[in-house]
Design a protein around this ligand. Structure first.
Ligand code: NAP
Length: 368
């Protein structure tokens, strides 16, 4: 039975995708209007961002994504992802100093690419406004508040801007965290960033960071963590509840489980590269009943599984998902996750179905 539904899913994916793409194009202009003024405040900061952002980790990266190769075709596809996002009213982009960097064995810095895309867009349309989120790498040889300011200035230079909207500590350092938080505060006071956040912070660290910044009158705007329908650790380890309690926005990374929740990977067609170790055929087999249900729920709304799982995160409230887009089609599909909402019964049913599947292991930095 499972094998039958899997092979029929394989067969139907192509025609289904074509239909969906047509549908997406039809609602595209409508989405642009819906999302334009549909922004949320990031935590207690004054920064407003779109309810969904775009992750730019894969842009220029050759250590995890892109089959370890970067070329002009992939660059053009990433630029198209950027342009389509802005066309559809999605203007919040997440990058990091390590994405695509030489340090991370990348081909070209994601920050450099994002800066270039913004610049080229502004040449055509000077009114283009985007919100850039980037991150400080808490490397063990970096100490003190000045290390944050130095890294931030390097990021600003790669991006070609004088300020960024959100600056985040990418992960908690093995040491030096107090100094990093001082550095975040300095960055706000020096007008280099509009808001500050953290990433991969546990409940305890989140509370400490919040209190420390509060003493300087600076709100901790966000905590960026791994959160998706099949990876719900933030619901279990107190991070989501603490974000809600303290008014910190939870930015959800890997929100479509690196493609596993889109339905395009099956036990017969698993992902390649590093993802193959996580989303194995065994895991993908267990995922099929949930994916089938997601597809059914989506059909009711004329939405794809990708749009349903992103909407599921938005329905949790106080959550901004940042799916990674490699090309125009992926970005286009993300826009359709906005402007509608799953019912509470559907949200609960999907969580309950998902809880029957043991989650894949996340990044261990969450427990530092
Ligand atoms: N703070 C942190 O430590 C941390 C960690 C991880 C990620 N992040 C951030 O979160 C962002 C998103 O996370 P992520 O990139 O790990 O995972 P994700 O958003 O869950 O998955 C992105 C991948 O899914 C596939 N995909 C995208 N759209 C699709 C669509 N419409 N249909 C089918 N497949 C689609 C693409 O890969 P294929 O086309 O190759 O399948 C894409 O690269 C990153 O870009 C980064 O900004 C932060």
């Amino acid at each position: 039975m499972a094998a039958m539904s899997v092979s029929s899913a394989c067969f139907s994916v192509f025609s289904y995708k074509k239909k969906v793409n047509r549908k997406i194009r039809a609602v595209a202009s409508q989405n642009a209007l819906e999302t334009e003024h549909d922004k949320v405040k990031l935590g207690g900061s004054d920064l407003k961002v779109t309810k969904l952002g775009i992750g730019a980790w894969s842009w220029g990266d050759t250590s995890y994504w892109n089959n370890f190769e970067w070329d002009d075709r992939k660059m053009k596809a990433a630029k198209a992802a950027f342009d389509v996002s802005v066309d559809r009213g999605i203007t919040f982009f997440d990058t990091a100093e390590v994405y695509g960097s030489r340090l991370a064995l990348g081909a070209i810095s994601s920050e450099t690419l994002l800066g270039r895309f913004i610049n080229e867009r502004k040449e055509k349309d000077p009114d283009t406004e985007v919100a850039i989120a980037t991150k400080f790498a808490a490397l063990p040889w970096r100490f003190g508040r000045q290390s944050v300011l130095n890294a931030l200035k390097d990021s600003l230079s790669r991006l070609g801007v004088s300020t960024v909207e959100l600056y985040q500590l990418h992960w908690p350092g093995v040491w030096g965290n107090e100094g990093y938080l001082d550095g975040l505060g300095d960055a706000v006071e020096q007008g280099l960033v509009k808001a500050v956040g953290v990433s991969n912070y546990s409940e305890k660290r989140l509370r400490e960071a919040y209190e420390k910044l509060k003493k300087r009158g600076i709100p901790l705007a966000s905590n960026q963590v791994n959160y998706s329908l099949i990876y719900r650790l933030p619901e279990q380890n107190g991070v989501k509840a603490t974000c809600d309690e303290l008014g910190i926005t939870l930015i959800a990374y890997s929100p479509i489980a690196q493609g596993a929740l889109t339905g395009k990977y099956t036990p017969e067609n698993p992902p390649t590269g590093p993802r193959a170790r996580i989303y194995t055929p065994e895991f993908l087999t267990k995922l099929q009943p949930l994916l089938n249900r997601i597809k059914d729920v989506g059909e009711k709304y004329g939405k794809t599984p990708t749009q349903v799982v992103l909407n599921w995160l938005i329905a949790q409230e106080n959550v901004v998902p940042i799916p990674g887009a490699k090309n125009a089609e992926q970005a286009e599909e993300f826009a359709g996750a906005l402007g509608w909402i799953l019912s509470k019964d559907e949200v609960d049913e999907l969580r309950s179905l998902a809880s029957e599947i043991s989650p894949v292991i996340g990044f261990p930095v969450e427990n530092l």
